[in-house]
Write a protein that binds this ligand. Structure first.
Ligand code: FES
Length: 275
């Protein structure tokens, strides 16, 4: 879809029939693969397929990005999590950054179908990392774009754009924010003084995805919740983003070691295979 960002169309008829916006699946590329939680960004019940969008950052996602048409994943577990409550709120501002756009696309589709006016703010590091933009334009009354390098739209953050719209006196009845933790944290800080209810979608570290391991715990309104069964949607004004950020970083070192080991194994294999 964009450099480093891949879309897989997966034949999974039962998931395609049953999943609702906001829900996700956990996939494993093979028996040894990590369990990777991914939003169901698209579903086509007639074809029996779902669309998954991910960034190749770790070992398993790199393997997934290298898959060829016709290959199989070891397993696709889902749909998991609570579907988003889709209601008619009025004017809904949707703020999505980076891969958060994959989560936002089905949300925008459903909120627009429910009769809401959609104002969208999309952000990425640069223009070529944006995706679903044309589809989202069809569903939104306004689309604002922000890029870190200024290659398209506002040169800066999606939250700069939101701040400017709010300062200008624009009124929103509801906000949905998805993307990196600092982006969601900054969005809720802007919507809170305006009393705009704000939904965020969290993707903490997940293991089983069924509420048994406790890996995905997040603190919301002072209570411990499990993102996989209680979420992934939560009231953004209640989420402890500090704790969430700390937990997300917890395995960064192990992940890097694993990636370097895989790279070393690959080079070793190349050497022993000869020219
Ligand atoms: S992923 Fe294990 S409890 Fe949520």
């Amino acid at each position: 879809m964009a450099p480093g960002i891949t879309r897989l169309e997966v034949e999974a008829p039962r998931v395609a029939r049953r999943s609702r916006p906001g829900q996700f699946v956990i996939v494993r590329v093979d028996e040894q693969g990590e369990r990777v939680p991914l939003t169901v960004a698209e579903r086509d019940p007639k074809k029996g397929t779902i669309g998954l969008v991910f960034q190749a950052v770790g070992l398993s996602t790199r393997q997934m990005a290298d898959m060829a048409v016709g290959d199989s994943l070891a397993d696709v577990l889902g749909p998991l999590g609570q579907p988003t409550e889709i209601r008619r709120h009025g004017r809904v501002v949707c703020v999505a950054g980076g891969l958060g756009i994959a989560f936002m696309f089905p949300e925008i589709t459903s909120f627009a179908e429910a009769g809401n006016e959609i104002v969208t703010i999309l952000g990425a590091r640069s223009q070529d990392l944006l995706f679903y933009v044309d589809d989202i334009r069809q569903l939104s009354s306004e689309v604002h774009i922000a890029t870190d390098d200024g290659s398209l739209g506002h040169h800066g953050l999606v939250t700069d754009v939101l701040r400017e719209l709010l300062d200008r006196g624009e009124h929103y009845d509801y906000c949905i924010a998805t993307g990196p933790i600092p982006m969601m944290k900054a969005t809720v800080a802007l919507t809170k003084p305006h009393n705009i209810p704000t939904l965020v979608s969290l993707d903490p570290i997940m293991v089983d995805g069924t509420g048994m391991c406790g890996a995905c715990r997040v603190t919301v309104g002072g209570e411990v919740k499990f993102a996989c069964v209680d979420g992934p949607d939560f009231d953004g004004h209640q989420v402890d983003f500090e704790e969430l950020a700390k937990r997300k970083r917890a395995f960064a070192e192990e992940e890097e070691i694993c990636r370097l080991q895989a790279e070393a194994d690959r080079l070793e294999q190349q050497r022993s295979d000869g020219p």
